[in-house]
Design a protein around this ligand. Structure first.
Ligand code: TYC
Length: 102
């Protein structure tokens, strides 16, 4: 029996290393109809970018087709995607935003 009597030992599980939370890239996709100013507004509002950065990122999406606009833990990334998609939809723009594991 243990020092404090029978059945009193505490089981402790150990892990080799603590897991870091996985990060997810939030991607903005180009389309032919969403106005450039609206994309700049979305990047400023939901991704806390300055107007200059937002314009630069918008032009990257416009010319390359897609760009990473942020990297976040799963739930934050999911919230950003939902916010962008809801905002685009309510303004009747076809703007698409998705996420993928980093
Ligand atoms: N291609 C759009 C236009 O010419 C602008 C645009 C940029 C749309 C980025 C979506 O994610 C986007 N009006």
């Amino acid at each position: 029996k243990g020092p404090a009597g029978p059945g009193t030992d505490i089981a402790v599980k150990t892990r080799a290393q603590t897991k870091r939370p996985s990060l997810y890239k939030v991607l903005l996709l180009n389309d032919d109809y969403t106005p450039m100013e609206f994309v700049v507004y979305v990047l400023e509002r939901f991704f806390n970018m300055s107007t200059d950065s937002a314009y630069h990122v918008m032009m990257t999406v416009h010319t390359k087709g897609v760009a990473v606009v942020g990297v976040y833990p799963y739930e934050v990334a999911e919230t950003k995607v939902t916010q962008v998609m809801d905002c685009a939809r309510s303004n009747q723009h076809p703007l698409q935003c998705t996420m993928e594991k980093e």
